[in-house]
Design a binder for this molecule. Structure first.
Ligand code: SF4
Length: 488
């Protein structure tokens, strides 16, 4: 997996996290998180624990909240940037020349879902090591090779380790305090400090549009219950009143999930949480939903993506429109709120299908449950996307665009792209102005009817109740904002 010439014994030494001999000088490593949806990043905290155990002096910089501190970067012997999502990678590409300028001596690595996938782009900017998933042992091995001068430290590329790694309690001590990250907003406007925990990594599903799939290829890894609970405990100590599980799908391992939330509830009966669960799992494990409610689950995010069965088939989501309707009823019956996410615009969208998407939100009374940014999301086709294997898909896209970090596409109906741009502009403005979700939806409702040359029927008074949600409005595939680019 690693193209490394280090002798086998050396690899074992590094992989177990042991530091090199004490005669080695202090080795300064900087871990950088460009962006992670307003969450305190588990990936940096886990890597930090491994690298500190291996003897590195680790500094973390979270560009979501901190500047690229010249004094910290300039002292680095090595810098590893976490690329967990598209937005983060866009920010990293902009930041790398500045990082290079501040620390010309430092070796650079990238890790996370988007690292190996964008190897050649990152290599052009001076990055020499790329670790896709479960990257902590590889990061340790890389830094030990740098420190000892043994083994090749260039040309390292890994997707995901086949073997399981021993998770440590994440080290969050060098990250900004939880109170500065996204918080929970309750329907009455009250807020709670949120902690962010991963209880699994990867995913056992193979949805074609998903960036997890090219790296994990249907595998997922379980973080041991005691590690998850120790991480929750330290975040409660730091002020967390609510936990947001960052697992790609919380029910990839339902027994594990139940073990976590039952113990969590026993220890901290007032703690609430949210999780992301796919529609198929909500139906297959519907009997578990009341237990989630009992243990403090406030809301479930579900990547529904579309209500068009043909498109759901293209995306290999393994659910139908009818399944989405059924899952909504099941989740609501358990007393839990459901927050669907959409891929609202794609090459197969029509004005009618977009109106149908909005209509489903009205029918299911989910208008208040969907962050308005979701109404504008365009399909992202990143490097390595499994959509590229869909017969006929290549005819819908242009050549890979390094600026976009993806394959550009246009809808065959120019009116659809024009509508998407208008909605994107409007929801960004509405978000800035704190426009209520219902008012934003009503405006979008009118826009699509106008595009269809129809007058918009007035909407029912009851479009659903506001639900608890996180304060961070951006979706992982959004382009960086100007404020995000200002961090360096
Ligand atoms: S979209 Fe969700 S369920 Fe599908 S592969 Fe990605 S993480 Fe897994």
């Amino acid at each position: 997996m690693l193209e490394d010439t280090q002798p086998h014994a050396e690899q074992g030494h590094a992989g177990c996290g042991a530091p090199p001999p004490a005669t080695q000088q202090r080795f300064n490593l900087v871990l950088i998180n460009p962006y992670e949806l307003g969450r305190q990043p588990f990936a940096l905290a886990q890597a930090s624990a491994w690298l500190k155990r291996a003897g590195c002096a680790v500094r973390c910089l979270d560009l979501a909240l901190q500047k690229l501190e010249p004094a910290i970067v300039a002292e680095a012997d090595a810098i590893a940037i976490y690329l967990g999502m598209h937005t983060a990678t866009r920010i990293a590409l902009e930041a790398l020349p500045r990082i290079r300028q501040l620390a010309p001596q430092a070796a650079l690595a990238a890790f996370g879902l988007y690292a190996s996938m964008n190897e050649s782009l990152l290599r052009d900017l001076g990055v020499s090591a790329f670790f896709g998933g479960e990257s902590e042992p590889d990061l340790v091995e890389w830094t030990n090779a740098l420190r000892t001068g043994k083994g090749s430290v260039m040309q390292q590329v890994a997707m995901v380790r086949r073997d399981k790694i021993d998770f440590l309690t994440p080290d969050r001590t060098d990250l900004p305090p939880l109170t500065r990250y996204a918080h929970l907003v309750l329907p009455d406007g009250a807020t709670r400090v949120a902690g962010f925990v991963d209880s699994t990594r990867g995913c056992k599903h193979l949805c074609r549009h998903c960036p997890v799939v090219p790296v994990y290829e249907g595998k997922f890894r379980v973080v041991p219950v005691e590690v998850v609970l120790a991480d929750i405990a330290q975040q409660i100590e730091a002020g967390a009143q609510h936990i947001s599980f960052g697992d790609h799908d919380f029910f990839n391992g339902p027994t594990h999930a139940l073990n976590v939330v039952r113990t969590l509830h026993e220890r901290w009966p007032h703690l609430t949480y949210d999780a992301t669960i796919k529609i198929q799992h909500l139906i297959n494990h519907a009997a578990l939903l009341p237990e989630l409610k009992r243990t403090g689950c406030l809301f479930i995010i579900a990547a529904v993506e579309s209500v068009d069965d043909r498109v759901l088939d293209y995306l290999a989501k393994h659910h139908t429109r009818a399944d989405f309707y059924r899952a909504t009823v099941l989740v609501h019956a358990a007393g839990i709120a459901l927050a669907p996410t959409w891929v609202a615009f794609h090459p197969w969208s029509t004005l009618d299908s977009y109106l149908d998407l909005l209509t489903s939100m009205v029918e299911l009374r989910l208008v208040e449950a969907v962050p308005p940014v979701q109404l504008s999301i365009r399909l992202l086709v990143p490097a390595g996307s499994k959509l590229l294997e869909l017969p006929g898909f290549d005819a819908l896209i242009g050549p890979f665009d390094p600026k976009l970090l993806g394959y550009p596409w246009r809808n065959p109906d120019a009116r659809v792209d024009a509508l998407q741009r208008e909605i994107q502009r409007y929801v960004a403005e509405a978000d800035k102005n704190n426009t209520p979700r219902r008012a934003t939806f009503e405006h979008v409702w009118r826009l699509v009817h106008a595009a269809l040359g129809k007058s918009a029927p007035s909407l029912a008074r009851d479009l659903g109740q506001p639900i608890p949600h996180m304060s961070e409005p951006w979706y992982c595939c959004a382009e960086p904002t100007e404020a995000q680019l200002e961090s360096f």
